[in-house]
Design a protein around this ligand. Sequence first.
Ligand code: PLP
Length: 263
Amino acid sequence: MSAASAVLVIAAADSSGGAGLTRDAQTLGELHVALCCAVTAVTVQTDTELRATHQVPAQVVRAQIRAALDSGQIGAIKIGMLGTAATVRAVAESLPPRERLPIVLDPVLRASSGGTLLERDAVALLRELLLPRVSLVTPNIVEAAALLGDEATRDSMIGEASLRSQLQRLLALGAAAVLIKGGHRGEGEEVIDTLLAHGGPPVRIAVPRVCGTRRGTGCSLSSVIAARLAAGDSLIDACTVAQRYVAEALRAEATGAERPSLR
Ligand code: PLP
């Protein structure tokens, strides 16, 4: 492992292998990036059902994070499923300053099968304690609305003005930057993710839409972003590479094609 290039993944195991830490490990492995992990929960899932969640005690999550940071190998942190308010608090209190290490938060709320992955009372705590500590938060538009307490819109209905308002209001909650993912938005020929950082205009990052489904795309996206930030990429470059990775993964899943390497 070269100095400070590993990613610390703070996330939950998904027994089905489709999402969560399992998907993060696969993604980082494909990029040849080492990872340390802090397991927040063990979930029992199939691709269509969340059967059970077993939370890891918060003090064990804290200890895993401390041990990973003590290794001196961590170049960025990715946060995925947290599960409970106690874990949100433990993670928030264990993070180094984002000026020292880039921290990417995928605000995981639900599985695509419909199961809850963050308890309702933990959402407010995530907003108050965690958002102000992260370099980037990566909601899809459903998660963005939930974090802001907005009425849930049908995904495809959100317009450009609402999107900009959501970006600005999320930024005001304290994250250094916000990437709202466009995958669930509309049926256009392109997927457009929109990035807003303090002091800059919104940046649209687009890729041709790939028709297909794959679990854990949000997990992969945030892992690739963290890996690229650890390698020294700018935020825009990291988000662009990650979007391309997800599109290629979707294409490979849809066609069974061999995946071209990223770099
Ligand atoms: N399960 C776990 C443990 C996750 O961390 C996530 C997302 O991060 C999901 C499920 C959701 O993935 P999907 O939308 O593919 O169900």
